[in-house]
Design a protein around this ligand. Structure first.
Ligand code: PRP
Length: 217
């Protein structure tokens, strides 16, 4: 039997996702919940489906490259990678946050932006950021960080950051304010178009089940 592989992101999203997955019979084996476990692939109560747990930024790549049939990932990651083979049929309506441009609260951000033709920005979203600034006629030089973006302006890495904002606590705690929203973000179910062509009878019912589950919440 061909097993379906579902790629889930490590981190907070699982708590919100668990009831939806549970309703579809997708309940991971014990090791999944054991912080000591180094396993990356887990069986579930469904004999036809395994879960892999990977970094949020890698979910889209695992699915687009054929390593997983389906995945759950933020719309920020989908947009950053823009894989042509990815299809995102269901907005799961969870993991809501926004991708925002932020700067130190004592910066006159609007004046700085109006006067600049080049600007340094600390982010892990170089494509979205460059595209956003290009539309303003500004060339963004991205300082690529994987985390702790909020400390970058105080340490003179860049006058701006582009990062996810949820409660706004991290920005406030580091003396930053939001300047503009680039993207409203929520978690999406993603599928590779190639996988959909090769295994439609397995994947279509699962996509429909996620869609129905979403409608009923
Ligand atoms: C994310 C994001 C911000 C923070 C925003 O980081 O990169 O730093 O959450 O949330 P808030 O507005 O509620 O403070 P996360 O904690 O997921 O860790 P990461 O830096 O490792 O991505």
């Amino acid at each position: 039997m061909q097993k379906i592989i579902l790629a889930l992101p490590k981190g907070r999203i699982y708590e919100e996702l668990a009831p939806r997955l549970g309703a579809l019979g997708i309940v991971p084996e014990k090791d999944f919940f054991d912080p000591q476990s180094r396993k990356l692939r887990f069986s579930t109560k469904r004999a036809d489906l395994d879960i892999i747990r990977v970094r949020p930024f890698d979910v889209a790549t695992f699915v687009a490259c054929g390593g997983a049939h389906l995945g759950v990932v933020g719309s920020d990651v989908i947009k950053e990678f823009s894989y042509s083979d990815l299809y995102a049929p269901v907005d799961l309506g969870i993991g809501r946050c926004r991708l925002a441009l932020a700067a130190p609260q004592d910066t006159d951000a609007m004046t700085l932006l109006a006067r600049s033709s080049h600007i340094r920005v600390a982010t892990k979203y170089p494509h979205i950021t460059q595209h956003f600034f290009a539309a303003k006629g500004i060339q963004a030089q991205c300082v690529h960080l994987n985390g702790a973006m909020e400390i970058a302006p105080a340490l003179n890495l860049a006058p701006f950051i582009v990062d996810l904002v949820s409660s706004g606590d991290t920005l406030r705690a580091n003396g930053l304010v939001e300047v503009e929203t680039l993207l409203e973000v929520s978690a999406r179910l993603i599928v590779a178009r190639t996988a959909l062509k090769t295994a439609p009878s397995i994947l279509n019912p699962l996509i429909e089940a996620f869609r129905l589950e979403q409608k009923n919440t």
